[in-house]
Ligand binder design. Structure first.
Ligand SMILES: Nc1ncnc2c1ncn2[C@@H]1O[C@H](COP(=O)(O)OP(=O)(O)OP(=O)(O)O)[C@@H](O)[C@H]1O
Length: 859
């Protein structure tokens, strides 16, 4: 029989904690100066962190030094796992098991530590519930205190915001993912949700945690209110269940209430410009198709100098507006800085010294405090008077009575008493760790000064002791030293031992020397330890007092931080507008989109970069558009490959979006009738990983557009139908256009780029369709791209010329020309001449318009 193994009390303690943890969690168990992992955790941890796996008696172990823990924890969170921290919560005593407790569970969505967050991006934890009542959503950023909910009967209307917030972690009711899988067959919403959940850390929680009543109660409790009317939210709001689940999870992981939540707000899809997930990807709003920030719209229009500014810009892009007064406030604010470049530049350079108050405050409220961040509050407050004065300079240049910047200035609080206190209390240079001590300025607290002078006196006493003893004993290299194990001692080298006086008490022998203490030194040592302990305790007390003083002003500080972020976005936008020659768009509620000399914000910057800042042959060619839902609703755009069709239709969508976040636009002028949605079907975004063929994706996206577009929407469609056979594709493209045109007075504004020449005939039949083309010049059988959008259809497609430009071998080009000629002459008997295969598609025939019925016939 196997001998029963004895478990040590410490390991017993370990197992007790381990069994309470959620799945996918590594337990870091504090043992002295190390966090240790045991058993399976050690194996996983060693692999994820690249550290050594060791074996002690019969279990595996892996450890990390406690002072370097943060960077290791960051690595674990990055792979989507959680980390539980079990700390020693009392001073260890020899022979006694030290008390330990779980102090924190760090998860990808709830971490608030500085070096585990991307300072430029919001960091959300989201909860979703999708049932018969509709789609509910709540999200929270624990690092800033932002807390929002949303409910919609149509999930399509909330997918845009869900995908845009891109949460680090997702909470779902137990069994949800299995349920989604069951319903996913040919249902794009479920497919999108499954893909969304699979691409981030997801935790399924018991259904009771999503209960609406208890959620509502929990939200009111945490915000300290008896109803939610003050936030414009009904107590029975369907998404309060999700909000409750978030709070429950936050409490579990922080091991205490989140203390930095002071408000909750509702996101309404009705008040926002909605951009469905496919369009967000296609238009490369938050990242390029290669998955990078570089090449995205957000990168092109980010001129922020502070992290909080960059995060606000992201928030505005997450929920673009339809509210014209709010958009005008932003556009007007940019104008103020645009007109005063000197002041704007000055403001921007001052903003560089502003610290991230939103996140610092959130950490302070949740017990993560350090002297350097406290100093950050001081340094930021010190900038406020100067910032206010600079804004006033800008604002006073405007003779109007009310200035768009007034509201912003009023939200910047100088807090003179707090500023003075922090100035007086803190040293200039501050440590990042509380334990390091030495952060309170001399003269702030007489008590601390007295304790510190004792320590200084003691150091003098020790120095005096060394020189005095050297003289008294005649031992020239006698030293007074200190180490952690023995405290203070006198060290004498072996060669001088004969000179050691009688009152020295031998303590330790080393290879070359003997160590001694004396009665006096022992007494002094006690005094020194006592004084150091006292001064450290006193310093921490004072630190807590200062934290209290900051937290008392948390509401004003929060408001100031938010205003600073706005200021940063406006200044950044004004600088971009100047640098790239943007103009202020005029927003209205008509059905018109009128852009004069528009440019693509990202391609324009890329071209300039490629030409190392020089204009000329690499300069972007501007193009305008005038399109309205009730007049010329559909623009059919033809033109050769590479001519610039996709770029043009995308730039129209991007300019509209930019105007609806309040940013100036790359155009000579723009009048934008506010749109409710932007849809796109652009490019071939293969989705094989999600089990869909290219054509299936194209049709899913098209179906979504046809089902959800309204007269106030903007649609850009690029080569619909090209993923299938010519006739099928043409027929689909044709009927899509007919459907969008509708028999009514107006329809969604649509830009339709195509290579199907046949469709250009549709203008004879559909009175709100106009033909446009991107012009090229022909020169000796070659083509030159001029990138200009002109009225009228393109006469031919020039595919073969473009293929030659791309470097296709000459024999292939010559043979292609031969085949094309035969096909165009309606001769279906193309001679087979190896190695070029016979074309499989039937030759294309011309479209005829059946004159008498006003109907189109294909054959
Ligand atoms: N207005 C413009 N000014 C300068 N360069 C442009 C402009 N429009 C497009 N380009 C350049 O031309 C390239 C091709 O443009 P785009 O992809 O829009 O062509 P396309 O007509 O849609 O081609 P295809 O039909 O093959 O998809 C772009 O990558 C861009 O670099």
């Amino acid at each position: 029989m196997a001998r029963e193994k004895k478990i040590t009390p410490m390991m017993q303690q370990y197992y007790e904690v381990r069994k309470t943890l959620p799945a996918n969690t590594l337990l870091l168990f504090r043992l002295g100066d190390f966090y240790e992992m045991f058993h399976e955790d050690a194996e996983v941890g060693a692999q994820v962190l690249g550290i050594t796996l060791t074996k002690r008696s019969d279990y595996k172990m892996a450890g990390i030094p406690f002072h370097a823990a943060e960077q290791y924890i960051g690595k674990v969170l990055k792979v989507g796992m959680k980390v539980a921290i079990c700390e020693q919560v009392e001073t260890p005593q020899a022979g006694k098991l030290v008390k330990r407790a779980l102090t924190r569970i760090l998860t990808p969505g709830t971490t608030i530590e500085d070096n585990q967050l991307d300072s430029q991006r919001n960091h959300y934890l989201a909860a979703i519930e999708y049932d018969k009542a509709g789609f509910s959503l709540a999200w929270i950023d624990l690092s800033t205190g932002e807390f929002r909910i949303a409910h919609d009967s149509k999930p399509d209307d909330l997918l845009p915001v869900l995908v845009s917030i891109d949460p680090a972690e997702l909470l779902l009711i137990e069994g949800t993912q299995e349920n989604w899988q069951k319903h996913s067959h040919n249902n794009p919403v479920f497919e999108e949700l499954i893909h969304f959940a699979n691409s981030r850390s997801t935790s399924e929680q018991p259904a009771f945690q999503f209960d609406c009543d208890s959620g509502s109660q929990a939200v009111m409790e945490i915000l300290g209110v008896i109803n939610l009317e003050g936030f414009g939210i009904d107590k029975t709001h369907d998404a309060l269940g999700c909000a409750g689940a978030l709070l429950h999870y936050a409490r579990e992981t922080l091991r205490s209430e989140p203390k930095n939540l002071s408000s909750i707000s509702e996101y309404s899809s009705k008040a926002s410009l909605l951009i469905d997930p496919a369009t967000l990807r296609n238009l490369e709003i938050f990242k390029s198709t290669r998955g990078l920030r570089e090449g995205s719209l957000i990168e092109a229009i980010n001129g922020c100098k502070t992290a909080a500014g960059a995060r606000l810009l992201e928030q505005w892009l997450i929920a673009p507006e339809r509210d014209i007064p709010e958009l005008n406030r932003r556009l007007d604010s940019v104008e103020q800085f645009f007109g005063n470049p000197m002041a704007a530049t000055e403001l921007q350079s001052t903003l560089k010294s502003v610290r991230d108050i939103q996140r610092i405050l959130s950490r302070m409220q949740n017990r993560l405090r350090n002297p350097r961040e406290l100093g950050g509050v001081r340094d930021t407050l010190a900038q406020i008077p100067e910032l206010k004065a600079s804004i006033q300079e800008v604002a006073s240049a405007d003779p109007a009575d009310t200035n768009p910047l007034d509201g912003l200035t009023n939200r910047l609080h100088e807090l003179p008493a707090l500023t003075e206190l922090l100035d007086r209390a803190l040293k200039e240079e501050l440590p990042s760790k509380l334990d390091d001590g030495g952060y309170i300025a001399t003269g702030y607290d007489p008590e601390l000064d007295r304790m510190l002078s004792l320590t200084t006196d003691n150091k003098v006493w020790l120095a005096d002791l060394e020189s005095g003893e050297r003289e008294r004993t005649g031992i020239k290299n006698l030293k007074v030293k200190y180490n952690g194990a023995f405290g203070y001692f006198i060290e004498v080298t072996k060669s001088n031992l004969s000179l050691v006086p009688e009152n020295y008490i031998r303590k330790q022998t080393t290879v070359n020397a003997e160590r001694f203490i004396t009665e006096d030194l022992k007494v002094k040592e006690k005094e020194i330890f006592h004084a150091e302990e006292n001064s450290k305790r006193r310093e921490e007390e004072l630190f807590l007092g200062l934290i209290e003083a900051v937290l008392e002003e948390s509401a004003a500080l929060k408001e100031t931080a938010a205003a600073l972020a706005e200021l940063d976005v406006f200044c950044g936008w004004s600088e971009i507008a100047r640098r790239w020659d943007y103009s202020k768009p005029e927003l209205n509620d008509t059905d018109l989109l009128d852009i004069d000399q528009g440019r693509h914000p990202v391609v324009e910057q890329m071209l300039r970069k490629d030409s190392q800042g020089l204009a000329g042959s690499h300069a972007f060619v501007p193009n305008g558009i005038n399109i309205s839902a009730s007049n010329n609703q559909i623009h059919l755009i033809t033109g050769p490959n590479m001519a610039g069709k996709s770029t043009f239709i995308r730039q129209v969508a991007l300019i509209t979006l930019m105007a609806q976040v309040g940013c100036w636009v790359p155009a000579a002028s723009a009048k934008i009738g506010v749109v409710d949605r932007i849809f796109s079907r652009v490019g071939a975004s293969d989705d094989l990983a999600r089990g869909n063929s290219t054509f299936m994706v194209e049709m899913n996206e098209t179906a979504n557009i046809l089902n959800n577009a309204t007269e106030s929407s903007l649609i850009i469609l690029d080569e619909i139908g090209r993923g299938t056979s010519t006739y099928d594709g043409l027929s689909i493209a044709w009927s899509v256009i007919e459907h969008l045109h509708r028999d009514t007075e107006a329809g969604p504004k649509t830009l339709f780029a195509t290579h199907y020449q046949e469709l250009t005939q549709l203008d004879k039949h559909l009175n709100r369709l106009e033909n446009y083309s991107v012009a090229v010049k022909e020169w000796n059988d070659d083509i030159v791209f001029v990138r200009q959008v002109v009225k009228g259809a393109a006469d031919r497609s020039y595919g073969i010329q473009v293929a030659r430009l791309a470097g296709l071998p000459t024999p292939v080009i010559d043979r292609a020309k031969e085949i094309l000629e035969k096909l165009e002459s309606d001769d279906s008997t193309v001679t087979v001449s190896s190695p070029t295969p016979t074309p499989v598609a039937k030759p294309r025939k011309k479209i005829k318009v059946a004159k008498d019925e006003n109907q189109l016939g294909l054959f």
